[in-house]
Design a protein around this ligand. Structure first.
Ligand SMILES: [Zn+2]
Length: 284
């Protein structure tokens, strides 16, 4: 069996690089992400949000990743943005490699309580599974927006002392802060990442940091965030754009075979993942 995900993340931190986390909704997305990682010889995390894994099948995507892991590929499965303890338990029961319990929109105490409950359940039923907690709202959904979502501002960015309290009280393995990152793409351009805040939070907590909503941030900003202490970077919206764009090209012919008209979508996703992984792994 391959090494546990936490080891890959720790190695990334030591090398000041980050592991790419890419969301998929189907086997085409899965193939594109894993092919790109394999080509570069780097580990990768396949992410499925609650809706993405309902569409794919909670157990079915686990089976796909298991096949890759049994072959020795460093591919890991994360139950991305899980909003209830119940749905998190389902991910634990299906032996996902990691889960994110997302209580970021809830009051601090409630967020701590639900995160702790998931940590306890995971430790009891699947001890090597990583549990990620979030503090500081960054919006929901991977879509293209007209403006910054309500409830997200510089004021709501995660404070280092709150991050420390949250990590200490919940015992999470990974921590996702709000540092100027936003889910989805903003039409007029994304706000800048707060690199100094990343550095301060990395100093305050003992666990690796995860940057969500990195679609739309420049390569330079993301590289600076990694240097400051980010160990996992999430991309979803840009991947969805690439897929849709590729499929539209494929659909413009009279082609009936799905493996032909979908192939353009897979190719465009793979190109994007290659580009991102090179930035995250400092291969440029
Ligand atoms: Zn996210």
């Amino acid at each position: 069996m391959i090494k546990p995900l936490i080891e890959c993340i720790k190695e990334a931190r030591e090398k000041k690089v980050a592991i790419g986390h890419f969301n998929v909704s189907d086997s085409e997305g899965y193939n594109a992400v894993t092919a790109a990682a394999k080509e570069l010889g780097v580990p990768v995390i396949v992410g499925v949000s609650e809706k993405e894994r309902t569409f794919l099948g909670v157990a079915e995507i686990r089976a796909l990743v298991t096949v890759a892991q049994e072959r020795g590929d460093l591919v890991y499965l994360n139950a991305d943005h899980t909003y209830s303890v119940e749905a998190s338990r389902e991910a634990v029961d299906n032996h996902y490699d990691a889960v994110i319990i997302d209580g970021a929109e809830k009051p601090f105490v409630e967020n701590v309580m639900m995160t702790k409950e998931v940590v306890n359940y995971a430790r009891a039923h699947h001890p090597t599974m990583l549990v990620e907690g979030e503090l500081g709202f960054i919006g929901t959904g991977s879509t293209i927006r007209d403006e910054i979502p309500d409830g997200v501002s510089e004021e709501t960015q995660t404070k280092p002392e709150d991050a420390k309290t949250f990590v200490d009280e919940t015992c999470v393995d990974l921590f996702a802060p709000s540092v100027g990152n936003i889910h989805g793409l903003i039409k007029g351009g994304e706000p800048k990442l707060n690199i100094e805040r990343v550095r301060a939070i990395a100093k305050a907590v003992s666990v690796p940091l995860v940057l969500h909503g990195a679609s739309g941030n420049t390569d330079e900003e993301v590289a600076a965030a990694i240097e400051a202490g980010i160990s996992v970077v999430h991309i979803n919206t840009e991947l969805r754009q690439a897929y849709k764009h590729g499929i539209e090209k494929g659909m413009s012919s009279d082609e009936l075979a799905p493996y032909k008209f979908l192939a353009e979508g897979v190719e465009e996703m793979k190109e994007l993942v290659l580009k991102k992984l090179k930035v995250f792994n400092r291969m440029q």
